[in-house]
Unconditional design. Sequence first.
Length: 286
Amino acid sequence: MSKAPEYRGRFAPSPTGPLHLGSLVAAVASYLDARHHGGRWLVRIEDLDPPREVAGASDGILESLRAHGLHWDEEVSYQSQRSDAYDAALAQLDRSGLLFDCVCTRATLGPGGSCGQRCHPEPGAAVARRIALTGDDHFIDLLPGEHAPEDLPDDVVLRRKDNLYAYALAVVVDDGLQGITHVIRGADLRGQTPLQISLHRCLGNPPPAFGHVPVLTNAEGQKLSKQTGAQALDNACAVDNLVRVLRMLGQTLPTVTDNAQALLEAATPLWDRRRIPQTLFDPVSS
């Protein structure tokens, strides 16, 4: 019997602002799941979209992770430095006959719409590169259980007209190259998972196992985010922040609360995916 691969998890924030409590929930869940299973935990900065990035956000995110005892095992990777890998993946998919050029806009297709190769770009036009998907319609979620099939688009953009790589391509290429075996992340990304599994298989990679933690909401039921006024984490209150997160995640609180790293070390053997509730709400943030 072949030995199961080493658990390799990751946390992959975008540098569009500082970490807030909602993003800390995802980071802690990812970290504790990796540590509990004797695995490694990586950090990747998803800095693919310069117009949306905030100056200094990457350094601020890493500082907040350190302050909260969330120490990664390998060198931090940056998607902005991996264009060669993304180009190689696009070339592989192109050789397989899966890519096509498209000039459609969101206005003509609608959110998440498919082109279906119905447009016919003029020579020299700025084009997006799309992939015709094979489509996996379900997967077993590590947290809530089997994920019901969704209506997936027939094709998605992998490289935009402005030559920026799409998240769908970069996240799959990076997970494959870094040997990621488990992805614990927010439930707002659950709809992306069948697409990513399909793309992993198009590239010949074994897809990771996926688990999705409910997103933290405010009093109005909105996802806690920068757009809904989420406040940056106060690194000086790291222990208090971690205690709030562990409570929201339904975990048994350890008695060790001297510092953030000691708290996480004590919480690691107590981690239990089954205790995570179906919804997360923090009255202090509301």
